[in-house]
Write a protein that binds this ligand. Sequence first.
Ligand SMILES: Cc1cc2nc3c(=O)[nH]c(=O)nc-3n(C[C@H](O)[C@H](O)[C@H](O)COP(=O)(O)OP(=O)(O)OC[C@H]3O[C@@H](n4cnc5c(N)ncnc54)[C@H](O)[C@@H]3O)c2cc1C
Length: 377
Amino acid sequence: MKNFDVAIAGGGLIGGAMALELAGAGLRVAVFDQGEPGREASWAGAGILSPAPESRAMLSMVPLAKASMALYPEFVARVEEISGESVGFRPKGTLQALFGAKAREELSTLIALQHGLGLRAEPIRAEDARALEPALSEDVEAAALRPDEASLDNRALTQAVFTAARKGGAEIFANCSVNGIRREGGRCTGIKLRDENISAKWTIIAAGCFSASIAGVEAFAPVRPAKGQMLALRADDVKIERVLWSEDVYLVPRNDGRILAGATVEYVGFEKRVTAGAVQKILSAAIELAPGLANAHIEETWAGLRPDSPDHLPILGPANLDGLLIATGHFRSGILLTPITAKLTREWITEQRVSVDWERFSPLRFVETPREAAAKR
Ligand SMILES: Cc1cc2nc3c(=O)[nH]c(=O)nc-3n(C[C@H](O)[C@H](O)[C@H](O)COP(=O)(O)OP(=O)(O)OC[C@H]3O[C@@H](n4cnc5c(N)ncnc54)[C@H](O)[C@@H]3O)c2cc1C
């Protein structure tokens, strides 16, 4: 039987970054992916790095998101150095545009919320916003600049992370579906593949929105897919420097000149069809925000499945079997949360402590304790 210090189920960006980090700490690590690593949500994402919460539910994630954001420049430098590949990091800030008669009021609320969370945000007048980003519509009434936010090419990052992890000694197995975990008493002792068992001191479940289908971990990783549809546009006469947001769309410029526009959030199971309605909605909001995009060429459309948890927060940390960790449920922020996820799992495995409190994200929050079960009877 193959034997590793750490077996990781799932080769997305999260699994790959943990492999890189743990191999760097001298551990024998293997990643098992059911298909080609890095071709699911981590490939489909937009690559925005923004710790600003997208909803009330995500407020308690802000400290974790800020900690991850702070790690990003160093993370990118390390991945690029080891892999020799560029990941298209753009630490240029993001700009949120507001439309309508209530734009100024909304701006004050937005800035107060950001400042209350310890996030930098500057109110700017519509003319100043257009001076920074000439592609913005004449109808924009006000804007907020978030100078510490960034973006990157998540497809390039995922590929570079796997190159770096391999160079660091991690073994990556494609087309190896993990069917379940192995357990002996109160310990998890590795994973079960279709024809083979793998023995490991530590097992990490990082199979994105598919994690709940791995036998033995369903209760700890009750994730479901949240489909997101996206488009890539190219318009030679539209230049965008920063990520631009409106209430209905975001536009993400890439170093190669493409402008990504997204995204929907749909709960329709495990299907990834691109639909006419979603494309229409994204395009009309994109053109409202940057009218010059009306002449853009549509280069690509796609959809991906975000791993969403019942409370929309990540699921991170030890389960109630020794040797079993869960790292999934990153929902709309998995690219942002990659460096902190890798760091905390490495700390837990090598030092049995973590430098950022992750109790709020414990996989045990979904599991009824015997006392809770008794109280219901
Ligand atoms: C349209 C869209 C836009 C997004 N935009 C952003 C953004 O701007 N910023 C941001 O931070 N996040 C964004 N996200 C979210 C982010 O992409 C995800 O949270 C993140 O990629 C999750 O990474 P992961 O490694 O957990 O999952 P995935 O990338 O889905 O990887 C999981 C892997 O596990 C493998 N797997 C599944 N089941 C098994 C099994 N049984 N055995 C072995 N392997 C298995 C899969 O093949 C896959 O490779 C976006 C997502 C989408 C879809």
